[in-house]
Design a protein around this ligand. Structure first.
Ligand SMILES: C[S@@+](CC[C@H](N)C(=O)[O-])C[C@H]1O[C@@H](n2cnc3c(N)ncnc32)[C@H](O)[C@@H]1O
Length: 240
């Protein structure tokens, strides 16, 4: 089974041959792919919903990978122990706030993992700020696109991160450097979204004098500056 770009992007940040825990596995597509395509010897697939772990068990049994993918019903990382030997944690398709709650609940045990790969559904700035404050660096960041929707994927590791401006924590220190092939359409889409919101707000009673309008106008300007900065650094022939 071929993964869609979002999960394929997540899988690409999992080192080949590593022992992985996929928290919030749902259908277990990712663990099956990691064993088949990235040579992972063991993947622990965890979900808090017993209905979903049942689905995962069926998918794993159909793919004959029961000896390599272990399904557990549990909340976040509480379903893991030291003896599992997990090196990489993955959380994909889960809200940013829930991801932060799971990470906070894990406490110091987080430090035993080599890498945490996250694909939050929203609240990316919150997730980045939390990781940064705890002493993680953003080892890699990546964008994925499915139709008109963009997804941001973060691979965090222990280490010092240098953040020059707050916007780098918001948009991602690697992404603002323009290193991802999807960065320009991603930023343009953000600007389009802010402009839509600003147009709606202009028609409201407070109009352009309202705090909300000022907030989104500021956001639009910040993203525009990042985009202009990337344009300056990318040779024109790459932009055609
Ligand atoms: C939308 S699905 C994402 C499935 C898959 N990871 C993906 O990216 O396609 C989110 C899954 O996370 C699970 N989940 C949410 N909070 C969780 C938690 N605290 N611990 C374990 N699983 C959780 C939900 O039950 C659900 O199956």
């Amino acid at each position: 089974m071929k993964l869609k770009p979002r999960l394929a992007g997540v899988a690409s940040l999992v080192p080949c041959g590593s022992v992985v825990a996929d928290i919030g596995t749902d259908h277990a597509y990712l663990p099956i792919h990691l064993v088949r395509e990235r040579n992972c010897p063991k993947v622990i697939a965890i979900d808090k919903s017993a209905n979903n772990t049942k689905k995962a068990e069926e998918a794993v049994s159909l793919s004959n990978l029961g000896d390599k993918v272990e399904i557990r019903t549990g909340d976040g990382l509480s379903a893991l122990g030291d003896s599992d030997g997990v090196e990489i944690i993955v959380m994909a398709g889960i809200g940013g706030r829930t991801i932060c709650k799971i990470l906070i609940a894990a406490g110091k045990s987080l430090w035993r993992f080599q890498r945490i790969v996250l694909q939050p559904m929203g609240d990316l700035p919150l997730v980045r700020r939390w990781l940064f404050a705890q002493g993680f660096c953003f080892f890699r960041e990546k964008l994925a696109r499915e139709k008109d929707r963009f997804y941001e994927i973060i691979a965090a590791e222990k280490g010092k991160e240098i953040i020059h401006e707050p916007v780098h924590l918001e948009l991602g220190p690697h992404l603002v450097r323009g290193e991802d092939p999807l960065v320009i359409p991603w930023l343009k889409e953000k600007i389009r979204r802010y402009e839509g919101i600003l147009q709606d707000l202009s028609r409201s009673r407070a109009g352009q004098a309202g705090d909300k309008w000022k907030y989104y106008d500021y956001r639009r300007r910040v993203v525009r500056e990042v985009l202009d900065d990337i344009y300056k650094r990318i040779p024109a022939h790459f932009l055609d």
